[in-house]
Design a protein around this ligand. Structure first.
Ligand SMILES: C[S@@+](CC[C@H](N)C(=O)[O-])C[C@H]1O[C@@H](n2cnc3c(N)ncnc32)[C@H](O)[C@@H]1O
Length: 273
């Protein structure tokens, strides 16, 4: 990776470490004067805790709610079922991991992956305070996920993919760790197709979740290239001029047999072709 990308990633890490420490040290909201996923936004309703309904917020530790820096509610997008294994990319203070862990129940498992030590410490504390036993927080990069292939039913993420300096690597990793037929349910900032990279950067910074956003057709093309189908990118709320909080859904293509059928159907019971 180029040193420019390394520097950008380090800036992201520093910014979100500071945000975690603000919550840990009980200094109110996690981003102070809009230094995270909020600057350039259309007010606090565009990012963070306001995107969760009161019922969800009420059952969460205060610190998990305060640390919420997302641009949607992926737990509402992904339709999780009991017993499933879920991976949250860029799990931050753990809000979506805790909500998902409750949804998949004791037979399910939720991994939270984040590169920032301070966020991981905050998330582990929040999960313990919420008495969640079926969650594991991993340190690592979303571009190089520390999990085996075909090990996860659902990948969720909340306002993190826009912060990656290598989005093709992220989508390839999502495809690798998902089981065939596995699902993606992500909230992210997405630009309208007519906005150039320079125009996106005029509307907010990279660490503020704006400048690094993909456009809708870039997202669709990236997911197609990584092997996804049933792709849907829908805008939910405007966060800057021509830029939106969006819901991204897709399914990992089932392995195909010679006749274009899912492998299990193509092979049939005889195991032959
Ligand atoms: C905007 S916050 C969102 C946190 C959480 N998803 C939420 O909704 O509150 C971004 C989080 O992603 C993490 N992050 C950003 N880029 C990452 C990367 N390339 N690999 C792993 N974690 C990353 C940051 O450390 C931070 O915790």
């Amino acid at each position: 990776m180029s040193s420019g990308a390394d520097e950008l990633r380090e800036e992201v890490r520093r910014r979100y470490a500071k945000a975690a420490l603000r919550v840990t040290e009980d200094r109110g909201g996690s981003c102070g004067s809009g230094s995270c996923c909020s600057e350039g936004g259309a007010g606090t309703a565009s990012f963070g805790e306001a995107l969760y309904d009161a019922e969800q917020r009420d059952v969460l530790p205060d610190a998990a709610v305060l640390a919420s820096l997302g641009c949607g509610n992926p737990t509402a997008v992904a339709e999780l079922h009991e017993g499933e294994t879920v991976l949250d990319l860029g799990s931050g203070g753990g809000i979506d991991v805790i909500l998902s862990a409750r949804r998949v129940g004791p037979d399910g498992l939720v991994y939270g992956l984040d590169m920032t030590d301070e966020m991981l410490a905050l998330a582990r504390r929040n999960a313990a305070d919420a008495n969640v036993k079926n969650a594991i927080f991993l340190k690592g990069m979303i571009e190089n996920v520390p999990l085996p292939a075909d090990s996860v039913d659902v990948v969720i993420s909340n306002c993190v993919i826009n912060l990656s300096t290598d989005k093709a690597a992220v989508l390839a990793e999502v495809a690798r760790v998902l089981k065939p037929g596995g699902r993606v349910g992500v909230s992210d900032v997405v630009a309208e197709d007519h906005l150039t990279s320079a125009e996106r950067a005029e509307r907010g910074s990279f660490v503020g979740c704006i400048a690094g956003a993909l456009s809708k057709s870039e997202y669709v093309a990236g997911l197609e290239a990584a092997g996804f189908e049933n792709i849907e990118v829908s805008f939910t709320h405007q966060v800057a001029d021509g830029m939106h909080g969006a819901v991204v859904r897709a399914t990992k293509t089932e392995e195909r047999g010679a006749r274009g059928l899912p492998l299990a159907a193509a092979v049939g019971t005889s195991g032959c072709c």
